[in-house]
Design a binder for this molecule. Structure first.
Ligand code: SF4
Length: 470
């Protein structure tokens, strides 16, 4: 999501450069200036880049530039955000008398008028700021929402004061009482104070920021720490069910997200979602449409994270995924659960995997990095994940060589967690194994530091080394 002020930004070229990064369905808000040629050029450029561009206009501009707005609608404008302010002094009595149609009638009529002017072509939303008397604003927002306005934007100029926090909390309470459960209230999407307002006012109307979608429970691997696919899990399940995996287990292993539902979720997620993680009890890339979902998530401008064993990608997928990268290099990130620096080490953790599988996994990581280089550094970020378990403690130091060989962006040493009631058998012992884990980690970190390969969650890693405890 991007937001820019074309009316006051003195450097439209800088904005144009940012707009150049817009994804095809990424939400973008532009405070437009109808009289500036430079602003109009940047806006036209944004409309070519994304199908989700909104302009912010004043009430007066809405009618004054009706023809220009219609022309922008033809060019693909998604909507208009109207900057408004209620007039409590005029409508307070109606509110106090509990009129069912209380609120600022002028704004409500303006919305109907805008709907009539721009038909179904454009989404009409409103932008307000904290007002002296919020009662009329609350009633107005309630009525706008009931008339079809999906979200409201609040402009911000500074950190919230105690009075503003109280007013916003009261407003949210009012909206809850009026059952505006599907309304989104966003604080200035371009403001540095946004996060602070969000937390301090306890805004539950803003929607999600970090989303995790379980795509698939299917997997062909056999990680010893896996609650579903570890050989021990399978064996115990089979013992219980007389030789075959029990039905609960096989049903669970077959489950995957419905494509229709997943597409619906991806399309309806609020515009200020920051990151989307694809996972599952199995491997998300086992879902036949996994790559399509990733493409759609990136098109909406979300950062995408994928937890995978890295075996199921083919070169054509990697080609597609490379194009989803962006300027920061972390727009698409793979957390590659490999947990072994050589095939011998890999097999300790995945007893059923062949050397061919290990080679494919390595090839896929290597290919992602190669494609990223060919694409001028735009492509997937790869984090090599090493799940520390009882069987791969000796291999911790050796994973550094693989990280260097595959040129991964960083490496994540992650002590295993319990999954299922039997994986405790491969849990490192916090007492007897801790010193060895710490020593091997120290060696790995020294090598990685020399080669300038970053450690993800370095703090936790250093704590294990320092305290010999996890
Ligand atoms: S790759 Fe993931 S899902 Fe598959 S066996 Fe290993 S931990 Fe389980």
């Amino acid at each position: 999501m991007q937001a820019h002020d074309l009316e006051h930004d003195i450097d439209p070229i800088r904005v144009a450069r940012l707009v150049n990064q817009l994804q095809p369905r990424e939400m973008c808000f532009l405070r437009h200036s109808f009289t500036s040629e430079a602003a109009t050029s940047v806006l036209h450029f944004a409309l070519k880049q994304s199908s989700a561009v909104f302009i912010t206009v004043t009430e007066g501009e809405l009618t004054e530039y009706q023809d220009a707005i219609n022309e922008l609608a033809v060019r693909g404008l998604a909507g208009i955000c109207v900057m408004s302010k209620t007039s409590p002094e005029k409508y307070a009595n109606r509110f106090i008398e509990s009129h069912v149609d209380s609120g600022d009638l002028r704004i409500i009529e303006l919305h109907s008028k805008a709907k009539a002017l721009f038909g179904e072509k454009l989404e009409i939303v409103f932008e307000f700021s904290v007002e002296k008397d919020m009662r009329i604003l609350g009633a107005t927002i309630d009525r706008l929402h009931k008339a079809g306005v999906p979200w409201i934007h609040f402009r911000l100029t500074a950190e919230p004061t105690v009075d503003e926090i109280k007013k916003m909390r009261d407003l949210f309470e009012f909206l809850r009482m009026r059952e505006c459960f599907y309304l989104n209230v966003y604080f200035d999407l371009s403001s540095e104070f946004r996060h602070s307002w969000q937390i301090k006012t306890m805004n539950t109307f803003s929607g999600l920021t970090d989303v995790h979608i379980d795509l698939s429970n299917k997997c062909t691997h056999s990680c010893v720490f896996c609650g579903l696919y570890s050989p021990v899990a399978r064996q115990l399940s089979a013992e219980k069910a007389g030789g075959k995996l029990d039905k609960y287990m096989t049903d669970l292993m077959r489950m995957e997200a419905s494509a229709e539902k997943t597409l619906g979720i991806l399309q309806s997620l609020p515009c200020d979602v920051q990151s989307l993680q694809f996972g599952g009890i199995g491997d998300p890339l086992m879902h036949p449409q996994a790559v399509d979902f990733m493409v759609l998530a990136r098109e909406r401008g979300f950062k995408v994270e994928v937890l995978s064993n890295m075996e199921y990608l083919e070169p054509a997928d990697i080609e597609k995924l490379t194009k989803l990268g962006g300027k920061t290099g972390t727009e698409i990130r793979f957390i590659a659960n490999i947990s072994g620096g050589t095939y011998e080490q890999y097999k300790l953790t995945r007893p059923l995997q062949t050397e061919k599988a290990y080679e494919k996994v390595s090839r896929n990581v290597r290919l992602q990095k190669k494609k990223k280089k060919e694409n001028n550094g735009v492509g997937a970020h790869v984090t090599l994940m090493y799940v520390i378990n009882k069987l791969n403690i000796d291999g911790i130091a050796g994973i550094a060589d693989l990280a260097i060989d595959l040129e991964v962006d960083d490496i994540w040493f992650k002590p295993m967690e319990l999954h299922g009631d039997y994986t405790w058998k491969v849990m490192p012992d916090p007492k007897s194994d801790a010193a060895k884990v710490a020593t091997n980690l120290r060696t790995a970190v020294e090598v990685l530091d020399k080669r300038k390969i970053k450690i993800f969650d370095r703090e936790s890693c250093e704590q294990i080394i320092r305290e010999s405890r996890f």
